[in-house]
Design a protein around this ligand. Structure first.
Ligand code: SF4
Ligand code: SF4
Length: 330
């Protein structure tokens, strides 16, 4: 169990510092609560699984994504991948600056990596390839920054789901924030995330994460390992060399060079979500129409709206989705 370290720093001072370094939103989660309530009890990724000494508090940092990139309709527009990747780099730098500042002030700070795949544990078709050691979305809810939506994306009041998150753990004895109780998501009556999803991965209060991975990390670990395996399995030497010089190799090379398409990818569900102070003026007009909408998707949404009760997936994630009252969300 992580123990608190006495400090003269306050939560307010840490938030002020993080904002001065460039964070748009900052919240502080109680690591003990995160240990107590792992988002997936079968794969508990909690602060104590990372360290037993420096995870009593989890500082959650958010940077808004550029709204111009959200107005680009294609899920795989390179400007989105590139812009998000630059934002992740900026967030990592600001998180590192915060860690060093915390440590200059006598308390430890530990950065949680943005992206992590353990190849020894990765099981093709079963695992999601883009999990972090700690779920940043669930940490953000515990830190009072927002609630989870119909597809378990984080929604904030200020920017809807259009934020990128960073995590810093510390055991500084500072006051944690409390989570919001009411759901921000408008539910299946909105369903815009489901309508827009190119993978059709949005389930009632859940997501088919493996299907989503092919879009949110199109050149990620699975793509790389599949492609290298196919080269090894090719018996003809000339074909082998052709494959090494092919389009897929070039995609992998470019992705590894910048991270675009590995740590960044599809976020159509975030672009079209109507929650957020930024939506009405900066996005609505440009993202209102959803080209990916189909009659089958609309039928599934109708069924969700008509359902007599909320599904098990909602009950399992209720702590983070918040109190959702069908027909009453605003
Ligand atoms: S990130 Fe893309 S593929 Fe995944 S749920 Fe959102 S819209 Fe669907
Ligand atoms: S698009 Fe609508 S249904 Fe989906 S998360 Fe946002 S508010 Fe909820």
């Amino acid at each position: 169990m992580n123990e608190l370290i006495p400090t003269t720093l306050t939560s307010e001072a840490i938030k002020e510092k993080a904002k001065s370094l460039g964070a748009d939103l900052v919240g502080i989660a109680d690591g003990a609560l995160m240990d107590q309530f792992p988002p997936d009890p079968e794969n508990p990724r909690t602060p104590s699984h990372i360290t037993e000494i420096d995870g009593a508090r989890v500082i959650v940092l958010a940077k808004r994504i550029s709204f111009a990139t959200s107005r680009l309709a294609k899920w795989n527009d390179q400007h989105k991948f590139y812009g998000d990747e630059l934002l992740i780099s900026a967030l990592e730098e600001l998180a590192l600056d915060l860690v060093l500042w915390l440590e200059d002030n006598g308390v430890p700070g530990l950065l949680v990596p943005y992206h992590h795949v353990d190849p020894l544990k990765f099981e093709k078709g079963k695992d999601t390839q883009a999990t972090r050691p700690l779920s940043a979305e669930h940490a953000a809810v515990e830190a009072g920054l927002g609630t989870l939506g119909l597809n378990q994306q984080l929604i904030t009041p200020q920017f809807g789901p259009r934020v990128i998150l960073g995590l810093v753990m510390t055991s500084a004895d500072i006051e944690p924030d409390t989570k919001m109780e009411e759901a921000l998501c408008l539910g299946p009556e909105c369903g815009r995330c489901l309508k827009a999803c190119p993978a059709d991965a949005v389930q009632p209060w859940d997501r088919d994460w493996v299907a989503c991975d092919k879009y949110r990390s199109p050149f990620g670990f699975e793509f790389l390992s599949d492609y290298l395996t196919s080269i090894l399995n090719e018996p003809d030497q000339a074909n082998k060399i052709g494959m090494l010089r092919g389009m897929e190799s070039s995609e992998i090379f470019q992705a590894m060079l910048r991270g675009s398409g590995i740590i960044t990818g599809c976020r159509r569900c975030a672009d079209v979500c109507p929650v957020g102070d930024d939506y009405e003026d900066l996005l609505k007009k440009w993202v209102d129409e959803i080209a990916e909408e189909t009659p089958e998707k609309l039928k599934r949404l109708e069924k969700m709206v008509a359902a007599a009760s909320l599904p098990e997936a909602y009950e399992n994630q209720k702590r983070w989705i918040g109190d959702f009252k069908p027909g009453e969300q605003q």
